[in-house]
Design a protein around this ligand. Sequence first.
Ligand code: SAH
Length: 347
Amino acid sequence: MTPLAGIIAARIRATGPISLADYMQICLLDSRHGYYATRDPFGQAGDFVTAPEVHQMFGEICGLALAQAWMDQGRPAPFTLAEPGPGRGTLMADLLRALRVAPGMRKAAEIALIEASPHLRQVQTARLGHVRHLEAVKDMPDKPLFMVANEFIDALPIRQFQMTGQGWRERMIGLSEAGALTLGLGQVVPLSRDGRPGDIVEDCAEGAAFTETISRRIAADGGAAIIIDYGGWNGFGDTFQALRNHKTEDPLAHPGEADLTAHVDFASLAAAALRGGAAVSRPVRQGDWLLTLGAEARARRLEAAGDASAMAALHRLTHPSEMGHLFKAIAIWPKGAPAVPGFAALE
Ligand code: SAH
């Protein structure tokens, strides 16, 4: 049993079953035993490898897209260059190098990282030098906002609802007779959604609220955001999953020691962006987006310059059977401004 399993069981005994959102919040971010709070989960030795950790071309292409959007919007200065959930800081480091294509952009950028894990904040500062960490996206200054978020939304807490004879009921985590964490059904909830008995739907309220907040800022002050993650459009079903040592496992098995995620429903993020008054793109597959912006040419140049891993990394990032199709990207920009490169407006 992990330390958090005992702490969560005691809480359930005291106050009753908890939502999946509460469970994710505790497991990922508990200040003493939480998954992100205590470790660096990235890379071969960790639990998973993210796109920026696969190869520098990923962050570079994100940087080029933001640089083009910045030039298209008249080179506003100063502006906030933000990244939520920056992990090891690799994406930001590669992106900053790419900004050199736009003279003056690096100097105008005020970097703001949003990171919940004190441990990862230290890793990011060591990697990037002095950077500002914000507690929450609402603390972002009133300035144009250029942002990239990779595999951030999938870590935000979700709730799940299951259709039953009585209507939608929330899936909750309680205790079995033997005292083990177990999934059960809680209150009936009035969801305005159709479903057949047994159907499961997910809701990531924090992801939608985050997207609406940044969209309001972009609509008001200018800027652009690129959000990349695994998921789909109008996602449906149970996508709650745990990853430990590169393998999936029961999300209730090792609380605090496994990464917990859910697939991102880009349709609900796009709806939030529109509520925020910004323009939003149709979803694009990660592989298609990277190839449209010249990833293959970049990989060939790096290979010719002696980077033996470049072509294999290109395959990993773009091929349909690797990360190319599972991962999607959307972009947000002010209505009336040119679309972010590689994206087309949703409506
Ligand atoms: N973007 C990085 C890391 C992805 S992992 C990459 O692609 O490699 C998710 C990141 O989000 C971690 O840095 C984690 O600590 C952070 N995170 C998770 N939940 C968060 C929250 N609620 N607020 C801020 N950061 C969070």
